[in-house]
Design a protein around this ligand. Structure first.
Ligand SMILES: NC(=O)c1ccc[n+]([C@@H]2O[C@H](COP(=O)([O-])OP(=O)(O)OC[C@H]3O[C@@H](n4cnc5c(N)ncnc54)[C@H](OP(=O)(O)O)[C@@H]3O)[C@@H](O)[C@H]2O)c1
Length: 232
């Protein structure tokens, strides 16, 4: 007789830090890991809880000192700079890499030494890293760099695990600020490109994240949760 495993290990007794957990995918992940029994700490740049701005190492160091050990550290931080090459601005390029590449390295620097056996880091890349198109060179390169980063970190920090999720276009709330017409065009384009014939949901992405947190034999990987959208 088979027993069907739960989507993830039961997280009871674990402590999880969600950086960027104030909204979007991070907020839903905080809610779901909490529902699985974890003690969840949400760190934001300006919310009511502990403050972490991944572009400011002092805030990371202070948080590690004051909050102590976590079994899992998650970051969804990102900063966009989607312009043609001729319009690139140095500060905004740096901000994009600070959020997606430098920040994850600094989180590892300060939190890995405190992490118990079985601990993991989970970071967020994105489909654009594998789908080059004009106007997305910064985001694409930062997301692809994050995929390289998790393999390198996984080797150096082993047996701690380090993984990333690369979502496709997902209705996380992140696109709500776009004018309706632009959002519809984005969603229609992503639906047409997706082999699954739709954009992603918060459940699609957080199901994968919950699985990765408990996937003890998976490390150094970027899991593509994009409906196959990077294949065409
Ligand atoms: N949604 C999609 O379609 C999609 C597609 C591909 C990849 N992704 C990736 O998946 C991740 C989550 O996406 P999402 O849709 O949830 O995005 P989101 O709604 O824009 O959320 C991003 C979160 O990161 C936080 N953040 C930004 N910069 C930060 C910094 N310097 N330090 C700490 N926190 C910072 C934001 O906090 P504040 O509230 O302080 O701004 C926010 O909570 C992102 O990395 C994104 O690039 C998303």
């Amino acid at each position: 007789m088979y027993t069907v495993a739960a989507m993830s290990e039961n997280l009871t007794g674990t402590r999880i830090l969600v950086v960027g957990g104030g909204r979007g995918i991070g907020a839903e992940l905080a809610r779901r890991t909490g529902a699985e029994g974890a003690e969840v700490v949400v760190a934001t740049r300006s919310g009511p809880g502990p403050r972490i701005d991944v572009t400011d190492e002092t805030t990371i160091a202070r948080a590690a000192e004051s909050l102590g050990a976590f079994d899992h550290v998650i970051s969804t931080a990102s900063a966009h700079h989607d312009v043609p090459v001729a319009e690139l601005e140095h500060d905004r390029i740096r901000a994009a890499f600070a959020a997606k590449v430098v920040g994850p390295l600094l989180l590892a620097k300060h939190f890995a030494p405190l992490m118990p056996a079985g601990g993991s880091f989970l970071y967020f890349s994105g489909i654009v890293g594998w789908r080059p198109k004009p106007g997305t060179v910064v985001k694409g390169t930062a997301n692809a760099a994050l995929a390289a980063l998790v393999t390198h970190l996984a080797v150096e920090l082993a047996p701690l695990r380090v993984n990333a999720i690369a979502p496709g276009i997902t209705d996380s709330g992140a696109w709500d600020a776009l004018p309706d017409e632009r959002r519809r065009a984005l969603y229609d384009g992503a639906t047409a490109a997706s082999l699954a014939g739709r954009i992603g949901t918060l459940d699609d992405v957080t199901d994968a994240a919950l699985w990765l947190l408990g996937a003890g034999w998976v490390t150094g990987e970027t899991v593509h949760v994009d409906g196959g959208g990077r294949h065409r």
